[in-house]
Design a protein around this ligand. Structure first.
Ligand SMILES: [Zn+2]
Length: 52
């Protein structure tokens, strides 16, 4: 099961939901990042999941 959910706001890569697991993150402003860009981090938004 693979569902296309959108595009990475940074690298424009396709983001899919595979088996119910989103291959990326959704930011508070509704934008999406792929896992690779989420690891790097956004220069304008910090994913809340990485808070310490
Ligand atoms: Zn990306």
């Amino acid at each position: 099961m693979k569902e296309h959910v959108g595009f990475c706001t940074r690298c424009q890569q396709d983001i899919y939901c595979v088996g119910g697991f989103l291959q990326g993150i959704i930011l508070e402003n509704g934008k999406m990042l792929c896992l690779a860009c989420a690891e790097i981090g956004s220069d304008e938004q910090t994913p809340s999941s990485t808070q310490q």
